[in-house]
Write a protein that binds this ligand. Structure first.
Ligand code: SAH
Length: 220
């Protein structure tokens, strides 16, 4: 059997770490988690040379794998300490999921496309990441059966913050979500739920994500 295709070298990963530090990623735990996940495993074969290019890349089902800096930034903003239960909406390739799995107790992840979920699960197996549960589903409804979540991260842009997600956020929890129209300005929002349940929000930065599409999971 042929082994895995030639993947990334040590220099590429070292350069990536340097780039992230230069862009202001400070958490050693986050940098380490990114070092542990070979991004090339998540990038389509014909785009391998662009593995660490700092832009989103097209993947199956007309979706994208997020820009590497954005993955690092969002992960850092989640302030994970190893004990949290995380919900991710928008599995895509599973790259962000795999990074989270190194920093959280358990990660639940949903995508509308079964095809993407199945492919991501295969990658989690290759990487022996056993603390991830993935399922096809509509993330605008959250994952009620597993709620509450200490952290929720959405990697697609919503028109508004879905009520189900703030409801399923634990007290003391953090929700990161890009909000805004598909064409036009989207902003990454950080929403925190204080003990007692009061919500506060702040805008972190302008971003560009594929849309969060409400409704039943696509059959693909
Ligand atoms: N985090 C991914 C990038 C995901 S792109 C990665 O690192 O590869 C955004 C993903 O959100 C797409 O795969 C898209 O199918 C998914 N998505 C869009 N609307 C959704 C919804 N309502 N529920 C679940 N997933 C959704």
């Amino acid at each position: 059997m042929p082994g895995p295709a030639p993947r990334e070298g040590i220099e590429q990963r070292a350069e990536f770490q340097l780039f992230l530090r230069q862009r202001g990623i400070r958490s050693n735990a986050v940098l380490k988690a990114l070092e542990l996940v070979p991004r090339s495993l998540f990038v389509p074969e014909h785009l391998l040379e662009h593995t660490y290019a700092d832009r989103p890349l097209p993947i199956a089902c007309g979706q994208t794998i997020s820009q590497p800096y954005m993955v690092a930034y969002m992960t850092e903003q989640l302030q994970l300490e190893g004990s949290q239960k995380v919900l991710e909406i928008g599995t895509g390739t599973g790259y962000q999921t795999a990074v989270l799995a190194h920093l959280a107790r358990r990660v639940y992840t949903l995508d509308r496309y079964r095809t993407l979920v199945t492919a991501a699960e295969a990658r989690f197996q290759v990487l022996r990441l056993a603390n991830i549960t993935a399922m096809p589903g509509d993330g605008t409804q959250g994952w009620a059966a597993q709620a509450p979540f200490d952290r929720i991260i959405v990697t697609a842009a919503a028109d508004d913050v879905p009520r189900a997600l703030t409801d399923q956020l634990a007290e003391g929890g953090i929700l990161l979500i890009p909000v805004g129209p598909q064409i036009g300005e989207q902003r990454l929002m950080k929403i925190e739920k204080a003990p007692g349940g009061a919500l506060s929000e702040k805008v972190l930065m302008p971003v560009r994500f594929v849309p969060l599409v409400a409704g039943r999971a696509a059959s693909l």
